[in-house]
Structures are given as C-alpha cells and as structure tokens.
Write a protein that binds this ligand. Structure first.
Ligand code: ATP
Ligand code: MG
Length: 399
C-alpha cells in the first residue's frame, strides 16, 4: 500500500477494532489504480455517524444528514461516510432521504460510475462488484446499473461523466452516452453551484477540448448558465490549444471565446455564482487581454496590470494566437520588475507637496497632476525624487 492510504490505515483499524467494517472508496481508489496522484482518501464504513463519533475523539459534523463526519486525526482530517442507499430521489436531484445500511455492496451500488464504485480494505484487497477495474483498463466511463435510471435519479451525474472524461481522458461507454443525449435537459434542475464545481474541473482537465465537444454533441451545454446558444463560440474554444491554465484564466478564455465584455462578463460570472473576488480577477484579466489583443504592452499597462495579471494575459494571448514563447513572458516580467515604482504609494511626492508648491486651492487639477507625474515616472521620463519632480513641474507650468 502507498501514501496517503498508509497514513489513513489506523482509521480503518480503529473502526474495525470497534466492530465495524471500513474501506477506502471512491476517487482515491480509482486514482491509485490509474497510477495518478491521489488527492484525499474517502472512507466508507458500516458505523452510523453517531457510532463514528464514539470511536474518534475529534470530529466535525460536516454532512451528518448524508452520513458524513470529518475525523481529525494527527494533522490530517478524513471524511468518513456511513454506507447508505439513496432510496427516494426527488425532482432529478439529490435524494430526498438517505438510509444508512450495514452492507458495502449496496453502498457501492448507489455510486455514479463503475470506476468510482471500487472499495479497498486494509490489506489492499479490492472489492469490485461492478467491474470497475475493467472499466479503468479499458478507459471507459460507465454508470453503475442502467444509465437512464441513474441520470434520472441525479442529473448532475451527466455533468460528472463529462468532467471525468476531461480529467482522465477516458471515453464514455455507448449506453451511458445515449442516456446523456436523451436526458441532457434534466441538467436544468440542478443547482448552479453543483454544476460549477464539475464545470471548473472539466475546464482544467487535460482532455478539456474533447469534453467540450461531447457537451456540444449531447446538448448538455444548453443547460449551463450563459452557454445555451453559444455553439459556435464553444467550438472556437475547442479549437484552441493550451497546456495548463489556472481556473480564472480558463474562465477568461471561455469569456474571450464568447466575445463577452463589460457588463456581460459580470452577468455571466454572477450567473455561475462565482465569488466576487474571482469575478474581479477575471474582469481584470479580460480588460488587459482586450487591450493586449490590440497593441503591445506599454510600460504604463504593465504598471496598471501588475505581475499576476500580466502573466495570465500574456499566457492567454499566446494561446489565442497559437504561440508558446516562454522567453516573451520572462522578458515582460523583467520589464515589470524594472519599473521604478509599482504603485502610487511609491511616489516621493504627495498631494500636500503639490498644494504647497503650486499655491492653488485643492481641485480636480491635483489628481490630474499626480497622474501625470506617476505616468512620467513609470515611463522613465522623470526620476522619482522630490526636488526633481518639483523642478519638472515648474518647467511644465512655465510652458
Ligand atoms: P475527485 O478526485 O474529483 O474528488 P471523486 O470520484 O472522489 O473525484 P467526489 O465528488 O469526491 O469525486 O465523490 C466521491 C465519490 O462519491 C465518487 O467517487 C462516487 O463514488 C461518489 N459520488 C459522488 N457524487 C456522486 C453522485 N452525484 N452520484 C453518485 N455517486 C457519487
Ligand atoms: Mg473525491
């Protein structure tokens, strides 16, 4: 067995010593079998949430109604979920009620795809009643049981199928794919936040372009905020090539393909329920990207954009133009690092100095003059030194 399972073994042991069954399940087992880096290990157990809380001294109720308890152990925390079935589904969404059960197989049966329905016990033995290992070998995404039934229970699973396709470069098994085509419209019922979590993972996957094509072919895109009538624009996205972009860079690239600007950008991102901080960051990237698409960077643009935005914008500029020139990006950062000031606070003069020197009442001229000084310093036409700035101003005033 390998990390991070090894460190989590004592959790399984403790549960078993207390008379319960416990297994590693879900994405961690799948990624282990794929030889991919394992993020967090999920644990499933026959113990009810109350029983889990009796076994471990430090726990947090993070989703107790669905049977999930967070156990704090050493300097790590583990999500432990009680075996459950989800008998009654309501309105194509999450189950109305979950029932805790004592049997592992029934728990695996309610999971979405066969590759995600494999359990591993503490000796490393795999319990795989739905042939998930075969699916992993064949690189296919297939629902546990009838695809149409499973997508009607929870329509988000359709979105999950496409995001796994993007992340794992698997293909979608034919019946699962037909069900996707037939039931795409049920995605309309799903909360935007749940769709966003899957969509963002899809955007960041190495096989994103193929996944976008599947969204186009199955019609899934019709039921995502702001993408309903954007077929050609999404095709444009699928024609671009990129290695790795951060989440907000990906959103900016989508928005570029959609040709959105100004208020449309904000509306689109708000409809996806992004955090305000991310919305502002993406708007900033879009703003400087539009400018960059029209002209080369000038020193004052670099000064206003700042390092992170410069990096994002130039990366996107290269993706859009089918280039990959790391040296250009490095040179830009060198130019940015060489700026004599990085923000207005770095100026060696203040509004008070100007009032004193110019002998005028405060007014809009003050802000304009500071801006002129700031720009001249950034562009290297003026040295950021008090006396120097004063002389320069007096000369300007005489002209
Ligand atoms: P990731 O590596 O992205 O975390 P994951 O497979 O672990 O992938 P999670 O969303 O963390 O995905 O879910 C953990 C497990 O719970 C899945 O592997 C799957 O077995 C099950 N699961 C999650 N969401 C659903 C769903 N909507 N329907 C059925 N089973 C689900
Ligand atoms: Mg997971």
């Amino acid at each position: 067995m390998i990390e991070p399972f090894l460190s989590a073994l004592p959790i399984l042991k403790k549960l078993e010593d207390s008379g319960y069954d416990a297994y590693f399940v879900g994405g961690s087992v799948r990624d282990f079998l794929l030889g991919k880096p394992i993020s967090d290990v999920d644990i499933a157990t026959s113990a009810t949430p109350d029983e889990v809380k009796k076994v471990f001294p430090k726990t947090v109720d993070i989703g107790i109604e669905h049977g999930t308890i967070l156990v704090l152990y050493g300097d790590t925390s583990y999500e432990i979920t009680t075996f459950r079935t989800e008998s009654e589904y309501q309105d194509f969404r999450r189950p109305k009620e979950v029932s805790f059960i004592r049997n592992l197989e029934d728990d695996l049966k309610r999971r979405d795809f066969t590759m995600n329905a494999i359990a591993m016990d503490q000796s490393g033995k795999l319990i795989d009643p739905f042939d998930g290992q075969k699916a992993i070998l064949k690189k296919i995404i297939q629902t546990v049981g009838q695809a149409e039934e499973r997508f009607q229970e929870d329509a988000l699973r359709m979105m999950r199928a496409v995001r796994f396709m993007s992340q794992l470069s698997f293909s979608i098994e034919s019946q699962t794919l037909s069900a996707l085509e037939n039931l795409a419209s049920l995605l309309d019922k799903i909360a935007v936040e749940r769709k966003r979590a899957e969509f963002e993972k899809l955007l960041l996957g190495p096989n994103c372009k193929e996944a976008v094509n599947v969204m186009l072919n199955t019609g899934l895109y019709h039921y995502l905020p702001g993408l309903n009538d954007q077929k050609e624009q999404l095709k444009k996205l699928a024609r671009l090539n990129w290695d790795s972009l951060a989440k907000n860079e990906m959103w900016a690239l989508v928005l570029y393909c959609l040709n959105f600007d100004g208020k449309e950008v904000e509306r689109f991102l708000r409809n996806w329920r992004l955090a305000l901080k991310d919305i502002r960051e993406i708007q900033q990237i879009i703003f400087f990207l539009s400018s960059r698409l029209n002209k080369e960077w000038e020193l004052y643009d670099l000064y206003l954009a700042k390092r992170d935005t410069i990096l994002s914008v130039e990366k996107l500029f290269q993706v859009i133009n089918g280039m990959k020139e790391v040296q250009i990006i490095n040179n830009l950062i060198k130019r940015y690092d060489g700026l004599s000031i990085k923000e207005r606070g770095d100026l060696m003069v203040s509004g008070n100095d100007l009032l004193e020197w110019c002998n005028q009442k405060p007014g809009p001229w003050l802000k304009d003059t500071l801006l002129t000084i700031e720009q001249a310093i950034v562009e290297g036409r003026l040295i950021n030194e008090k006396n120097n700035i004063k002389e320069w101003l007096m000369e300007c005033n005489q002209k």
